[in-house]
Every structure is written in C-alpha cells, then in structure tokens.
Design a protein. Structure first.
Length: 192
C-alpha cells in the first residue's frame, strides 16, 4: 500500500470518527448533473491541450459548486465573501453550517479545507480534504491542496504522491507536471 493511500485512509478514518461524533455523516450523495461531471472528468483525463483542459476543469469546478440547495449555496457564497473580507471566523461558521446541512456535498468540505489551509491549520485542512476525497476521489482541487500542505510540511514523498493522483485526473495541469518532475528528481537523488 502506498504512503499516499495509507495517509488518505487514516485521515478518512479519523474524519469519519470526528464527523460521526458531531452527527455529520461523511457519505457521498449524488445530485443532478453527476453524469455531466463524470463526462467532463473523462474529457479532462483525455485532454492534452492545457488551455482546453483548463476550460473543462472550470466547468467541473462550476458543477461541483452546485449543492442542489439554495441555502447551502448561499452559505458557501457568504463564506467566500466573509473570507475575502478577512473575516475568517465568520467564514468558518458559515462553512460549518454548510457542511452540517449538506455533508455529502464535497465543495463545502473543500472550501473549509482551503480556509483552514490559509489559516495554517493544516491538521484541520487535511481532515476536511480527507472527507472531500471520500466523497469524490477525483476531486483534483483537493489533491492539489493536499500537495500544497505536504509541500509546506516538507513531506516530499507525500507531495509527489498527491501530485500523481492529481495528474491521473488532470494530466494537462502544467504546474503539477512541473512540480512532480522536480520532486521525482529530488526523490531519486535521496539516499535510501
């Protein structure tokens, strides 16, 4: 079992315990448009042109942002505005409510993870990212955020593994390709 997979499984298990204790189930829920997302992700995997791939990725992100609940969408939008204004604690409260109302919607977890990351709360960000990846293992933004956290922690092998997962989903991501190449060289040069 790879280190990356073990890390995700451990984090997912910890999150399941935390979420269950809080009464928030971390379970996938499919909503309208799931087939469209599946098709877009298949197209993204096949697209070699970075500009076209970025457009497809944008459409996937847009689809993921739709929770199917006007209330949850409003909470997510309000959280984004609060965070943009530097009101992080208010944004966290809004995101907590969004996650509680729609625990099967990965975007709420992902946005909360991004906010925790911006606040250097890496443990909380990783726990939320684990839930995102339980809900949607193809969530390339979550893999990217996980790689960024591992980079901050100087966990090169884990960062490389997260980038490789990202590139399986979004192979035309030039930034991820470049960083994965750098890491491959660094890891190959390390003594056993």
């Amino acid at each position: 079992m790879s280190v990356r997979l073990l890390t995700v499984l451990v984090l997912a298990g910890l999150l399941q315990c935390e979420a269950a204790a809080a009464g928030i189930p971390c379970q996938p829920s499919r909503h309208e448009g799931s087939e469209t997302v599946d098709k877009l992700l298949a197209d993204l995997r096949q697209e070699a042109d970075p500009a076209r791939a970025n457009r497809i990725a944008g459409r996937v992100i847009s689809a993921w942002s739709q929770s199917g609940s006007a209330t949850v969408d409003l909470l997510l939008s309000s959280a984004e505005k609060a965070a943009g204004a530097g009101r992080n604690e208010a944004a966290l409260d809004l995101l907590d409510n969004a996650v509680a109302l729609a625990p099967g919607h990965p975007d709420g977890w992902n946005r909360r993870a991004a906010l925790h990351y911006s606040m250097n709360r890496f443990d909380k960000a990783m726990a939320d990212l684990a839930c995102v990846l339980v809900l949607e293992p193809r969530h390339f933004l979550a893999w990217s955020e996980l790689a960024a956290i591992y980079r901050e922690l100087d966990w090169k092998q884990q960062e490389f593994d997260a980038l490789m997962q990202l590139l399986r989903i979004f192979p035309a991501d030039r930034e991820a390709q470049s960083r994965a190449g750098e890491l491959a060289e660094e890891l190959a040069d390390r003594p056993l």
